[in-house]
Ligand binder design. Sequence first.
Ligand code: EPZ
Length: 424
Amino acid sequence: MGAFLVEGARRLQGTVQVSGAKNSALKLMVAALLGHGAFGLDNVPRITDVYTMAGVLESLGARVNLDGHRLAIEVNSLQGHTPEHLVKSMRASVQVMGPLLARLGWVEVALPGGCAIGRRPLDIHLSGLQQMGASITLNGERLLARAPRGLRGADITFRYPSVGATENIMMAATLAKGETVIRNAAREPEIADIQAFLNAMGARIEGAGTPVIRIRGVGELGSADFAVMPDRIEAGTYLLAFLITGGEGSVCGVCPDHFSPLLNAVRSMGGEIAAEGDEVYIAAPKKLRPCAVVTSPYPGFPTDLQPQLAAAATQAQGRSELKETVFDQRFGYLSELRKLGAVVRQRGQTVAIYGPTRLKGTRLQAGDLRAGAALVLAALAAEGRSLVQGAQHIDRGYEQMEHKLQALGAQITRVELGEGGHAQ
Ligand code: EPZ
């Protein structure tokens, strides 16, 4: 297993190019299953979740080739059995339900694997598909959805603005008979990306970014060439890397509007922020002020930056408070921060972080993607050497993290660990 070896307490400086958004690219890859012919996706991040999704698409009958950051997808005939081991390894695989149900009239997926950030039911996805006429049965760990007479448009109100369910129903509705309305839809920027991509394929969707999305079904969809939006979570992660190390620098190739809640949080902590075009500059203050943040669906503070902000808050003067309202178990990284010397107290879905604490490097274990990113940030601020185990989690969503950080002056290398967990 891979790990990152970090010599901390070095101020980061420089400019980092942000990659394409993981949480858009994965969905655009799935959306291609609705169409026919040759697709080209640019600005695709080279991350393991993209490779996994490429495997899912190929198992369904599509042809996929990643050349640099351009992904070519050829879609002609498809089948609807998804490979269990791939679905278990990545929850985003359930996004294929909508497209395959709409296109083939049936789909079989394994229930997604257990996730380190809490229970993640599919009730909103499934109830939406049922309202569109699908019948869904569960045998063991496999979900079978059928709509032999095709899907029909429906007026669907979500009990919660689920990102994945919004995308799943949007995709299913593109080929349904009649109009579908999704109320209380997710408003994340990735939803606007998939709307634009589907419309480029010939779909008729409007309202992405608002709570009400309307989709008028069409007979069939073609193909499209498209560029994936920048990754707002990767951008925020690197801004927090500058902040926690007392450094200064820029993230470029970004849409600053996509992560204004993070920019506001950094400003409240005393960070200097300047957003210009597709670039955001940050300078850390001499003394970091504490923050108080509640995560919530877009346009609120993104849950995917909660662990990274908590790491930065260990360096703030005073008590910071973070409340997590999206996932029910997204504090797994706190025990690892404590190993570095952080003073953190969790009560239910709220964590208090007392700082500033001088972190001391040690051996750490990443439990999931964003927790792993938070531990790397903390290791960058800590004195001495840290070994962040679980690089495979980080590689799911960050393209070449160690190289991007090295270019900013971080002393970080990737090491392979032997059986006993010792660097080889
Ligand atoms: C997407 O997950 C992202 N993943 C997540 O990013 C992100 O944290 C999340 O949206 C929220 O922004 C991808 O896009 C691949 P949800 P998703 O459906 O679609 C509950 C990362 O680190 N829920 O909005 O799974 C669910 O349990 C990942 O990049 C139901 O109860 O998120 C959760 O508590 C982590 N029933 C909440 O809603 C459902 O049917 C948000 O889930 C669906 C969801």
